[in-house]
Design a protein around this ligand. Structure first.
Ligand SMILES: NC(=O)c1ccc[n+]([C@@H]2O[C@H](COP(=O)([O-])OP(=O)(O)OC[C@H]3O[C@@H](n4cnc5c(N)ncnc54)[C@H](OP(=O)(O)O)[C@@H]3O)[C@@H](O)[C@H]2O)c1
Length: 228
């Protein structure tokens, strides 16, 4: 399945609340669920997706380098971390697996190459990164590593144009986390609602459209039905 333009962010959702919100999101038509080892909600998501046709879902998770990777044994620890995530989520494969953040204390290129082995094994669809700036991506490029996607904070008040242009040139998909500025863009800035009024849309729709028109996928977190 291709990376959908809209997904559900699940940071800070845990337990039954997480299960219920993911189920509701699926009912409303969401197909992309974004999670990570450190969100501690894989098992809650497993409950929500267990009766859903897996082929119609796009699941992204992230490896926590400092917690899950042993510097001396990167390949073995990446394999173990992925298998752990698969078991927790109750699935045979992840669509996308990301290195959660760059950390030069770890052999990141080796970790990425280990993730590409997971692609060969069919355990993940694509390997990518998160929180990477251009210089991190340049390190990767020089090591012949081409991440499928880079998930970064991106919204109208953090318009990372240079990074976006770089990603377009190098065919790396950009995924915007915190697209609503953690909700702050809505609560503290009337501009987006004002623009929305002109077009009969909400401020949130204006912000998400601004991102999607730049070919950026978005993963806003929402817990209320009307927000979903
Ligand atoms: N890769 C990384 O390092 C990284 C870092 C941070 C986040 N992320 C991912 O990105 C996702 C999104 O980021 P985020 O959760 O920090 O912030 P966000 O999506 O920018 O904002 C979430 C906030 O916006 C509110 N909201 C959502 N839809 C709304 C609507 N239609 N009207 C009004 N308010 C609305 C939510 O309220 P309610 O909950 O009350 O609905 C919540 O308080 C995370 O959940 C996570 O999956 C990744």
């Amino acid at each position: 399945m291709e990376l959908p333009y809209i997904g559900l962010g699940t940071w800070d959702l845990r337990g039954n609340e997480c299960t219920k919100i993911v189920q509701l999101a699926l009912e409303l038509g969401y197909r992309h669920i974004d999670t990570a080892h450190i969100y501690q909600n894989h098992q809650a998501i497993k409950k929500a997706i267990k009766d859903f046709d897996r082929r119609k879902l796009y699941i992204t998770s992230k490896i926590a380098v400092d917690e899950q990777v042993k510097v001396a044994k990167p390949e073995e620890s990446v394999q173990k971390a992925c298998e752990h995530a698969l078991k927790e989520l109750g699935t045979d494969y992840l669509d996308l697996y990301l290195i959660h953040w760059p950390d030069r204390n770890f052999p990141l290129e080796k970790i990425f190459l280990s993730m590409e082995k997971l692609v060969e094994q069919g355990k993940i669809g694509k390997a990518g990164v998160s929180n990477y700036n251009i210089h991190h991506l340049e390190d990767f490029r020089k090591a012949n590593c081409l991440p499928f996607a880079n998930q970064v904070e991106f919204h109208p008040y953090l318009n990372q144009k240079e990074l976006l242009d770089y990603c377009h040139v190098h065919h790396i998909k950009l995924i915007a986390f915190r697209p609503l500025g953690k909700g702050k863009l809505l609560h503290e800035e009337p501009l987006f609602d004002l623009i929305g009024e002109k077009y009969n849309k909400t401020g949130v729709q204006v912000i998400l459209r601004w991102l999607i028109q730049k070919e950026i996928s978005v993963i806003p977190k929402a817990s209320l039905k009307k927000h979903l």
